[in-house]
Design a protein. Structure first.
Length: 140
């Protein structure tokens, strides 16, 4: 089993090679705020965020517009994981290149296939801080 290492997070990969390539393409489209590329990459049969593909894309387009309104031309991405209801599920924290505004998405994979993409309100590095590294502060 492969592991992806970011600064403080190890994320075990249950992806097959094709799923991994597809997720990297989708993440690149999010980073480039390229809605046309997402139209081509997202599966018509999957209900993303409990919505059909087209309604989900409509929400994504609104998010991209907000980032662009704040002067962002692309989104930086950091691998992360959910620390809440989908504990340990892999995702990304996207951050505007100028505004530094953050947006967290979980990429849910089951049996080697991407089955959902949805917003996460408890993503490590965005809404939640990593408490596993010592801060240097004394506990008393």
């Amino acid at each position: 089993m492969k592991e992806y290492k970011s600064r403080r997070t190890f994320v075990p990969s249950q992806w097959d090679e094709i799923t991994e390539i597809m997720i990297h393409k989708i993440v690149a489209a999010f980073s480039e705020m390229n809605i046309e590329q997402l139209v081509e990459l997202l599966d018509e049969e999957i209900e993303y965020e409990d919505l059909g593909k087209w309604r989900f894309l409509s929400l994504i387009k609104k998010q991209f517009a907000e980032f662009k309104k704040q002067g962002d031309t692309y989104l930086l991405k950091d691998p992360s994981q959910c620390m809440g209801c989908s504990f340990g599920t892999f995702g990304f924290v996207f951050r505007g290149n100028r505004s530094k505004r953050k947006w967290s998405l979980v990429f849910k994979v089951e049996d080697g296939e991407l089955v959902d993409i949805y917003e996460c309100n408890m993503m490590l590095g965005h809404h939640m801080e990593d408490k596993t590294e010592p801060s240097g502060d004394l506990p008393f």
